[in-house]
Structures are given as C-alpha cells and as structure tokens.
Ligand binder design. Structure first.
Ligand code: NI
Length: 189
C-alpha cells in the first residue's frame, strides 16, 4: 500500500538493515498475475526470510507502507509492512489470518505500488485482529486500527488476488486501466 504523502525518508540516509538485498520488480495493474491467489507458506525458512527482506527493501525503495508477495510475482502468503513514522519498524506477516473485524467502517485514501499514481477512497473495517507467523516462524497476534488496519486489509486482499481499484466504480477502473496501459506502452517504447 502507498500513501498520498511525499515521504522524505530519514531512513534512506541510514545504513540498510538487510544485506545482501535485492530490489524486486513490482507488477503493475492490470497485469493478470496480480489476480493469482497465493498459497500458504509451508515452512518459514531462509528462502522466505530472504524474500521478506527483499520485499522490505523494495517497499522502502518505492516509498510504500506495505507490500504483498503477489505484487513481486511470488504467490505465497507473505506480507511486509511498515506504518511507523520513521520507517524503521518493518513487520513480516506470513500466512496472515483474519480473526476478527469491527462492524465500524472507515473510509480512507489508498494507493498501491502496483497502481502507480492512483489514489482513491476505499471503505474498510475500522479495526481488525489477525494472527500471522513472523520471520522466525513464531505466531503473532496483531490488533490494529487506523492506517495499520487499512494496510493489513489491503495487503491481505493482494494475497487473494484482489487489487484496491476493484472496490472502485467500473468507470473509474476502466479509466485507471487505460491510463496504466498507456504509461506501460510508453515505457516500452
Ligand atoms: Ni497494494
């Protein structure tokens, strides 16, 4: 997920936490691979830890607050996010499962690293409780509201093959698709 805030990141000045790192290629809407349903991770091993570290690096590089493995064309249930002000508290969520969501809803502006330049309002549950494995394979429970709740729901949607623009009207989605296809063509030229 991406916020419509120009983030001057103090973090980029610091030494990177993970090395060696790789910046992964993020799929752009309307790439059909974004609609793949991710499989659960069987074992949290070094392969998954490397994937998560690379995803965190990629997320920071792209100034995002969340990234799902689906977006880097790995179809396993891995999400990374960092909603902290300083961008120095990355979280890894493996096989996240929704335990509870509030009836209360909130509407907030969302963006997505797979839908560059597009920001629009989406209504979500105001609070959620989830459980997920961390990068060490330990089960963690998260109670979230505000931005983190929105981000969790946005990223878990990705793992189900759903991109946030699918909550928008068909008219808006058609416009977004047209705009991104055109941008992609210009890049390829
Ligand atoms: Ni996204």
């Amino acid at each position: 997920m991406r916020l419509f805030i120009s983030q001057t990141s103090p973090r980029t000045a610091k030494k990177r936490q993970y090395s060696p790192m790789a910046i992964l290629t993020i799929l752009s809407y309307p790439d059909p691979r974004l609609h793949t349903v991710a499989k659960p991770v069987a074992v949290v091993d070094d392969r998954i830890r490397t994937l998560a570290a690379d995803m965190i690096e990629t997320m920071y590089e792209s100034k995002g607050v969340g990234l799902a493995a689906t977006q880097v064309n790995v179809h396993e249930r891995v999400v990374v996010m960092d909603v902290s002000e300083e961008h120095n508290q990355p979280l890894v969520m493996i096989n996240p499962e929704l335990l509870w969501k509030s009836d209360e809803r909130i509407k907030g502006e969302e963006g997505c690293l797979s839908v560059p330049g597009v920001f629009d309002n989406v209504e979500r549950a105001a609070q959620v409780r989830i459980q997920a494995l961390d990068e060490h394979g330990n089960m963690q429970t998260y109670e979230a509201d505000g931005l983190m709740a929105v981000c969790i729901q946005h990223e878990m949607d990705h793992l189900m093959g759903k991109v946030f623009v699918e909550y928008l009207s068909l008219l808006k989605r058609t416009r977004i698709r047209g705009k991104l296809v055109k941008a992609q063509r210009e890049l390829e030229r």
